[in-house]
Design a protein around this ligand. Structure first.
Ligand SMILES: NC(=O)c1ccc[n+]([C@@H]2O[C@H](COP(=O)([O-])OP(=O)(O)OC[C@H]3O[C@@H](n4cnc5c(N)ncnc54)[C@H](O)[C@@H]3O)[C@@H](O)[C@H]2O)c1
Length: 266
């Protein structure tokens, strides 16, 4: 079945991810989508579409793409879905908050979509979880030290991270906690937890490495289904080192799948 009409898209957040997504949609690189406007906290300059308010976006868009951060999802998620507008989310770590997750999954008639973002292997992990579940799922994320410092960290830990000369383990805990403690850095852990449908059993390790030119995520899962190991090494975005450069393109791919403009790999 071919898409009946153009999907009118709006973007929330015009940073590393949002700017690239906006440029590609505006340039017609997502067949069947048009860019209607951008919701931004700051005045836009040189953007491929005009700045609009959320209220305007709810009037003129069929789908909004959140590229703004966890807080934006908390503030606007339910309003968007309740207005009948679909929402594609990049800040999926916010869903570690069970209350928010329940609220957004119950809201509608707009549909909630989550991008796979910086990691892969989620399709297989999800298939395996349906089959048998896992005995063990871990994700080890290694990033440049500066991108892992968080406001809640004590001064001594910040100092330790910033002066690390080699790999330093910064955190270990369940995905449910990790995704909220590192809101801009552990959406990959959230993606794994969502794929296996278990926020508590997925163990997240966070490692700071001053030599980490690439951001790496090593995902390991084992159980009756077999043993999986995925190693992803992404180049950080030039605009925002906390974000991997591939993420806007994952969002564009998600958009294309939602619109259904092309068949192919799901
Ligand atoms: N799923 C993934 O794999 C993945 C990977 C990286 C980042 N992310 C998520 O994407 C978010 C954006 O990443 P980025 O690299 O583009 O960040 P960025 O800081 O470069 O850009 C975010 C922009 O959104 C704006 N903003 C914040 N709140 C807003 C609001 N309520 N309304 C409008 N604009 C708002 C900011 O001013 C900023 O310009 C991150 O915070 C993170 O949660 C997800």
């Amino acid at each position: 079945m071919k898409p009946a009409q153009t999907c009118r898209v709006g973007i929330i957040g015009y940073g590393a991810i949002g700017a690239r997504v906006a440029a590609d949609v505006a340039a017609g690189r997502v067949p069947g989508a048009s860019l209607e406007g951008i919701i931004s906290r700051r005045p836009l300059s040189g953007a491929p579409a005009g700045q609009i308010t959320l209220e305007q976006a709810l009037e003129c868009c069929d789908l909004l793409v959140e590229c703004a951060g966890q807080e934006a999802l908390v503030d606007h998620g339910e309003v968007v879905l309740s207005a009948g507008v679909d929402l594609l989310v990049t800040s999926i770590g916010a869903l570690a908050d069970r209350g928010l997750s329940k609220q957004l999954h119950a809201a509608g008639p707009g549909r909630l979509f989550l991008t796979s973002g910086a990691v892969g292997g989620l399709d297989l992990l999800s298939s395996g979880a349906r089959m048998e579940g896992y005995d063990r799922v871990t994700i080890t994320t290694t990033k440049l030290p500066g991108s892992l410092v968080q406001p809640w960290m004590e001064d001594a830990l910040v100092e330790q991270i910033q002066s690390a000369r080699g790999p330093l383990d910064v955190y270990q805990g369940p995905a449910a906690e990790a995704a909220l403690l590192f809101p801009k850095s552990l959406n990959a852990a959230a993606a794994v937890a969502i794929a296996v449908n278990d926020w508590d059993s997925v163990t997240v390790r966070v490692r700071a490495d001053p030599g980490a030119e690439l951001t790496s995520h090593v995902i390991e899962a084992s159980g009756n289904v077999g043993e999986y190991r995925f190693e992803i090494r992404n180049k950080p975005s030039e605009e925002n080192p906390r974000t991997s450069g591939v993420v806007p393109f994952a969002v564009l791919r998600s958009l294309e799948a939602i619109i259904g403009a092309r068949g192919g790999l799901m």
